[in-house]
Design a protein around this ligand. Structure first.
Ligand SMILES: [Zn+2]
Length: 178
């Protein structure tokens, strides 16, 4: 423990003071939040910051061939801290949008064509979630037989869902995407 602490202290001492850019004050503060623009693709905005990587996981972006930019802890007037995921060369299926709504109920999906927002879709939580979330009850039939899971949305934000088969109630923190 003591050794680890000492190490950290050394690291801190190595940090050099930042050079102050004389033009910094004149720059538009909004520009700092911008991450690389994409020509064609999808931008998912207004993700709760702690769900940002979950969205990337839902979309399987670790194996996506195009450019993927992920930013977290950006300031947002509407939701506090937010995350943004930009994916070049990908449009989302309705199923993917539904999955995103489970972890990011207020997200906006922007369809980008030729570097401009062509369409803005507000994510909507579905009433029923089919085969997206794993039931947290180990004895639930969906965990023991090849049956797709089915949940009813009891409350949208914060999310509360109920298993159709075993009636287990689950909150945001119990949710594991299949
Ligand atoms: Zn269940």
């Amino acid at each position: 423990m003591a050794r680890r602490k000492a190490k950290r202290k050394n690291k801190q001492e190595k940090i050099r003071p930042k050079r102050i850019d004389a033009n910094a004050a004149r720059q538009d503060p909004k520009k700092e939040l911008k991450i690389s623009a994409i020509g064609e693709g999808t931008v998912i905005d207004h993700i709760p910051t702690d769900a940002t990587f979950k969205v990337a996981e839902i979309l399987g972006l670790e194996s996506h061939n195009g450019v993927v930019s992920i930013a977290t802890s950006l300031q947002s007037k509407s939701i506090g801290k937010k995350g943004i995921v930009k994916v070049a060369g990908k449009s989302l299926t309705q199923e993917e949008v539904n999955k995103i709504s489970i972890v990011a109920p207020n997200a906006t999906v922007n369809i980008i064509k030729n570097y401009a927002v062509r369409e803005k879709i507000k994510v909507k939580s579905p009433e029923v979630i089919d085969n997206v979330v794993k039931c947290s009850n180990p004895v639930c039939i969906t965990n023991n037989e090849k049956i797709p899971t089915k949940f009813f949305v009891v409350r949208k934000d914060p999310l509360k869902i109920k298993c159709h088969y075993c009636e287990r109630s689950m909150g945001k923190e119990d949710i594991e995407i299949i």
